[in-house]
Design a protein. Structure first.
Length: 290
């Protein structure tokens, strides 16, 4: 800086450039719940070890009509000012795997960005719920299974910088290969959530085989025809193909959510509590007006 008469000069060194990492938008989700006695162990939110042996586990969840009143956990009830139920659980129920399909061929428009936001929302959900979870992609290996604030930050850092990948003009088999890897694992887990754009029938069949290793499998799809600029005919064909794949998954016991540009993941995710596994599908949306 120089004064008007150029008699004095002052130099100041400004700070250097600082990179800013912007995390994807996160929607606040809750774990899917069944009703009363039909509630699954794999969807209970809080896990705590008993003081006796350290090997037994139980969950604490809010009372709903139909629960056994003898299982009310009175200390937690007094603390939270609402009835809490104690439920026995084995440790593996609180492990989850999130698969984000990062194939370029599966998306159009902003569908991939929405899928990344969905993955971030699930990372946040399983972190808040005390789960041990893993984030992986079709191409990207992602992170190993872990838990805690540092693991959450690592996963969100990865999602903030992830890019779609392509193998060229031919079919991309990487998602099917990832499902084969999960199917071959020797340990069982509670939940597998797959987030993607378009799932081809071959990938859907590979996904259903993962039910051998997971208590429940959930598929969330952001169909490319809903986000892309295609013609009316191509959009209707895309809707038809999406419905067929969702029915295939539903018949195999995979819970499904289909999301369009104006839809909220939170709303679709909440519908899982109203759907029973074993062949039902939560896909009941009508095709968008075109």
């Amino acid at each position: 800086m120089v004064d008007p008469f150029a008699l004095a000069r002052v130099r100041k060194l400004a700070g250097g450039a600082t990179p800013l990492l912007v995390y994807p938008r996160i929607e606040q989700l809750i774990l899917p719940r069944d009703l009363g006695a039909r509630r699954s162990l794999s969807v209970s939110p809080l896990r705590q070890p008993t003081a006796a042996t350290g090997e037994d586990f139980y969950t604490l969840r809010e009372y709903v009509e139909g629960d056994d009143l003898r299982k009310i956990h009175w200390p937690s009830t007094a603390k939270r000012q609402r009835y809490m139920i104690r439920q026995e659980e084995t440790p593996w129920h609180n492990r989850a795997t999130i698969v984000l399909d990062d194939r370029a061929s599966a998306y159009e428009g902003e569908a991939f960005e929405r899928a990344v936001e969905g993955a971030a929302s699930l990372v946040d959900l399983y972190h808040r719920s005390g789960y041990t979870f893993r984030l992986t992609g079709a191409h990207h290996a992602g992170s190993g299974s872990s838990r805690g604030a540092n693991h959450r930050s690592t996963c969100l850092d990865h999602l903030a910088t992830i890019q779609r990948k392509s193998l060229g003009s031919g079919p991309d088999p990487m998602l099917i290969a990832r499902f084969a890897e999960l199917e071959a694992r020797s340990t069982a887990e509670g939940t597998l959530v797959v987030i993607g754009g378009d799932f081809e029938p071959e990938a859907a069949v590979a996904m259903t085989r993962c039910r051998r290793r997971f208590k429940q499998v959930i598929a969330i799809t952001y169909p490319s025809h809903r986000f892309g600029p295609g013609s009316t005919k191509s959009r209707w064909e895309g809707e038809k193909n999406t419905l067929e794949v969702m029915r295939l998954l539903g018949r195999s016991g995979v819970r499904t959510i289909v999301i369009g540009p104006g839809d909220s993941l939170r709303t679709g995710w909440g519908s899982l509590s109203r759907v029973t596994s074993g062949g039902e599908t939560s896909w009941d949306r009508k095709p968008e007006p075109v």
